[in-house]
Design a protein around this ligand. Structure first.
Ligand code: SAM
Ligand code: SF4
Length: 425
């Protein structure tokens, strides 16, 4: 669709909040906390593998553009203490999970998980797998900052079973990097990409961001040449979310240097055209994957899913969030651990889990969440699948959508929405 048509539809006037979940985090309350979390973990079906997310809320550098929940540290001591507390949380989990439960997926995010030295990487991975052993088709992904990793850490991650590395790149243009307070050369990034491949990691994702200060089409084009030369299997292309009221460090970014709505739209269209021309398949609203990557195959076959970490082929119904601010998803609700690291530590030290607020979902909520997920993944509603999952409740959606065709409607790419962040923020 042309920019003028999009403008006429009011897309550029929309400042919608980023979508993380339905019901959204604003509906979470303290009414749904640790009791709900404990009862749902105890009630898990051991024949149904779970996903596990572990949050490491520390970085050595604090990039100005970043809206992640993280804190800066120049020493390892707070990280070491935090990991002790994470192990206490895992110990509590051990007493709650049913015998025979397995883990289908493990994801370490942050912050910067690769701030952990090799011995802590091995220790944490072994601890988690001892509490919930991996299932047969287990996948383990880790967010990797190429400026905060080395060969020993990569080998430790590979030995611990990592199957996918997600590398933060954002943009290689030096003046864009200056303006976002994040310096990372192409040579440095390539060194660690090569080491990851040599360590046997067969799936690499690259995170890029459009809408950053001083970004232009020419610079984006040049960055994309460099990114494609790294031969990533997947690319996540996020729209820069400028939310200085939430992420105070973004105040260091001068607003007048940010591309306007039209420029953001063009940047995202350019990047999309380049990735598609390079043979990658479009996946959902902001991901790309090689055609033989499981993500592209799932998208093509209508099996794509979306969770707090973004697009995935993970069909586990339950996600157990470990660490400060992590969100757990159960079949009928969400619970978020205490968001501030100090509050999380305090709660775990009292000998209980850390669920601080959440929401219990009605059957209607569950269906709405599934409908949104289908639209974000397939740009269509599969009513047969929906009816299989929710029976006659589906009829209430059909009445309320009022004219949206069951299949085949094309959404506008969410390219200009300022709040288009990865979902787990
Ligand atoms: C946990 S962070 C990155 C992991 C790692 N610490 C690194 O820097 O490479 C995950 C991703 O979130 C994205 N991100 C962070 N802040 C963002 C923002 N304000 N708008 C859009 N995307 C953002 C970036 O693409 C980043 O790579
Ligand atoms: S982009 Fe990565 S390294 Fe930079 S502040 Fe965010 S989480 Fe930390």
């Amino acid at each position: 669709m042309k920019h003028a048509q999009l403008a006429a539809l009011g897309l550029f006037d929309a400042r919608v909040p980023r979508y993380t979940s339905y019901p959204p985090a604003t509906a979470f309350s303290v009414e749904t906390g640790v009791d709900f979390q404990e009862s749902r973990i105890k009630g898990l079906d051991p024949s149904d593998p779970v996903s596990v997310y572990v949050h490491i809320p520390f970085c050595e550098r604090l990039c100005w553009f970043c809206a992640c929940r993280t804190q800066g540290t120049t020493t390892l001591s707070p990280v070491v203490h935090y990991l002790d507390v994470v192990k206490k949380e895992l110990e509590q989990l051990r007493h709650l999970v049913p015998f025979g439960l397995h883990m289908g997926r493990l994801h370490w995010g942050g912050g910067t998980p690769t701030i952990l030295p090799p011995d802590l990487i091995r220790d944490l991975a072994a601890y988690i797998m001892d509490v919930i052993p991996p299932a047969d088709d287990f996948e383990f992904s880790v967010e990797i900052d190429p400026t905060m990793v080395d060969a020993d850490k990569i080998n430790a991650l590979a030995e611990a079973g990592m199957t996918r590395a997600s590398i933060g790149i954002q943009d290689f243009a030096p003046d864009v990097q200056d303006a976002i307070g994040r310096h990372q050369s192409f040579a440095q990034t390539k060194t660690y990409v090569d080491l990851l491949r040599a360590a046997g990691i067969t799936s690499l994702n690259a995170d890029l961001v459009y809408g950053l200060p001083h970004q232009t089409l020419a610079k984006m084009d040049a960055s994309i040449d460099q990114v494609l030369s790294l031969d990533p299997d997947r690319i996540a292309l996020f729209g820069y979310a400028h939310v200085p009221h939430m992420a105070k460090r973004q105040k260091l970014i001068k607003e007048e240097t940010l591309p306007d709505d039209l420029a953001r739209h063009e940047l995202s269209e350019l990047a999309t055209a380049r990735f598609v021309a390079a043979g990658m398949a479009e996946v959902g609203i902001d991901h790309f994957a090689k055609p033989r990557d499981s993500l592209a195959i799932a998208a093509h076959g209508g099996e794509l899913r979306r969770n707090f970490q973004g697009y995935t082929v993970d069909s586990c119904q339950t996600l157990i969030g470990i660490g400060a601010s992590s969100i757990s998803r159960f079949a009928d609700g969400y619970v978020q651990n205490a968001a501030a690291t100090a509050a999380y530590i305090q709660r775990i030290e009292t000998g209980q889990l850390s669920g601080a607020r959440g929401v219990e979902m009605t059957r209607d909520d569950q269906m709405r969440a599934r409908v949104i997920e289908m639209i974000m993944c397939d740009f269509a509603l599969d009513l047969t699948k929906l009816r299989r999952e929710f029976g006659d409740l589906v009829d209430t959606i059909l009445l309320s959508t009022n004219g949206i065709k069951a299949t085949g409607f094309q959404p506008v790419r969410f390219s200009v929405m300022y709040y288009n962040l990865p979902s787990h923020f």
